[in-house]
Ligand binder design. Sequence first.
Ligand code: ADP
Length: 241
Amino acid sequence: MNPIVNVASVTKSYNKNIVLNDVNLIIEKGQIYGLIGPSGAGKTTLVKIIVGMENADKGSINVLGKKMPDLEVLQDIGYMSQSDALYSELTGEENLKFFASLFKLNKIYQKERIEYAARLVNLTDELKKKVSAYSGGMKRRLSLGIALIQNPSVLILDEPTVGIDPELRFSIWNELRRLKEKEGKTIIVTTHVMDEAIKCDVLAMVRNGLVLTSGTPKDLMESYSVSNLEDVFLKAGGKQL
Ligand code: ADP
């Protein structure tokens, strides 16, 4: 099997603080792969290294068979960072158009993708408003829409549902599942909440830069003889999330 994402022996320090310690991950096509761990565990640093925004001190990253960072592969990754990178003086629609134009989508396809992205994150009726008038949750939703704009085959979403109400969270997760099942997309998602972790196909539990354990939620609960993921995390060496 050719993994879609292969993280091999990645180590990273900031000012002598080890933030990632020999991290290895193999992510196959069509998986929703969850990175779960408390704040400060190293999840954001890891996804930034995967998308080439940070360099690892040691180790290597391959995405879609290419050593990262690779310009061509980057075009096929939809990345949603934890901080919203939006133009606040532009409307929601103008932001979506701007990012669509970066990928040189033709006008008809651009329109289709903007409609799709806005519908997915329930912003269709708010598209004409300036982003400066958006709430925090609306900005998160717009960022998620932007991550999907060019129809990438790999999605890397850093805490995508923080600040989003339960109903929309539910529909976003349904859509992630549909994208995986019907379109074969590979999705990496970071979270610190267990009710999202359980929806992932495979999980890596991270704490202090170490992958404590990984596997499907079911296998993890079975191998630690517990009935919930919180207890897996505790038994694997984590602390209360
Ligand atoms: P998480 O996403 O799991 O909350 P992060 O990857 O954001 O974790 O952070 C992991 C650790 O790395 C934290 O202790 C954080 O303070 C530190 N860190 C992250 N980015 C930097 C940076 N640019 N400079 C120094 N320390 C950093």
